[in-house]
Design a protein around this ligand. Structure first.
Ligand SMILES: [Zn+2]
Length: 303
């Protein structure tokens, strides 16, 4: 034990001497050298250990978990509004009478834009009883009301017609509320028969009159609705110039298979100058064709 102890003391003494023989700065450098070499060794070890551990890319399959974000974007485009529908009260499919469908037997989509002056309303597109537009008294009528835009356009058209050809246009029927329209349809069935009623009378909600944008017109000296109005001097003028004021003839002859209603020589609709002029210029006769939504016909349709 004693013999082994001596060399250890000797070595310690030599190291201590060599240490004292160097400056403080040198010692620091020495320490630094040791540190850097050590850290280099550690880092090289780490590197090697990392590089050997690099097979961790096998852990990269985590990207397989990323497909989850692809599933999350899908719910975002889903806010496409689902239209509200009025279900038929006569079930078993559409019931047709001489080429005209009973509106009570078809499913109608509730329009989301009843305020749009060019909104399409027919047997397949309906308003609700809750919808009441802003209304104003219309000139050249017996207390009829219209939406302000339509009333203003009506006045302009009336004045132009009077000054150009001397015909005094007259508004027989403008806005009709839900109750009046319901009475009109229900009363028409026993009065004129179901086949005529579904051809000429609009079911509540499927009529343009509750929009305040429909006008049944003639001339003041004959304040009755007439099928031949469009063939009179005044009617011909309205057909030729109505679009300049935003009006279209809504139910032309021979278009019942598209509009769902028989010819009505007296019924005009305000859609605004832009749409009316576009239809006039392109010879588009119905609002259904303008929107590319003609009435759906059964396979055995023949009229
Ligand atoms: Zn009408």
């Amino acid at each position: 034990m004693k013999r082994n102890f001596m060399p250890v003391i000797l070595v310690t003494a030599i190291v201590a001497t060599s240490c004292f023989g160097t400056s403080c700065q040198d010692k620091k450098n020495l320490t630094r050298l040791t540190d850097t070499s050590e850290s280099a060794a550690i880092s090289s070890y780490l590197e090697s250990s990392v590089s050997t551990e690099t097979p961790t890319p096998t852990e990269t399959p985590t990207p397989t978990e990323t497909p989850t974000p692809t599933s999350t974007p899908t719910p975002s485009p889903s806010p496409t509004p689902v239209p509200e529908y009025v279900e038929p009260i006569i079930t078993g499919g559409p019931v047709w009478y001489n080429g005209y469908v009973d509106p009570r037997s078809v499913r109608a989509e509730v329009v989301s834009n009843p305020e749009d002056i060019a909104v399409l309303v027919n047997k397949y597109y309906t308003t609700t009883a809750e919808y009441v537009p802003e209304l104003t008294l219309a000139k050249y009528s017996a207390g009829q009301k219209l939406r302000p835009e339509a009333a203003e356009a009506w006045e302009k058209m009336h004045d132009a017609c009077l000054s150009e050809i001397g015909e005094d246009l007259y508004l027989i029927s403008g806005y009709r509320d839900w109750a009046t329209q319901t009475y009109s349809f229900n009363n028409a069935i026993p009065r004129r028969g179901l086949d005529k009623a579904v051809c000429k009378n609009a079911y509540p909600g499927r009529s343009e009159h509750p929009l305040g944008l429909a006008l049944d017109i003639n001339i003041k000296s004959d304040p009755e609705i007439r099928d031949n109005f469009v063939y009179t001097k005044a009617g011909k003028w309205v057909l030729e110039h109505g679009h300049e004021y935003g009006f279209i003839w809504r139910y032309p002859a021979d278009y019942g298979h598209i509009t769902g209603y028989g010819v009505e020589g007296w019924h005009f609709r305000y859609v605004g100058v832009e749409v009316a002029t576009e239809m006039y210029d392109n010879n588009i006769m119905t609002l259904e064709e303008y929107y590319g939504k003609p009435q759906l016909l059964p396979d055995d349709y023949n009229e």
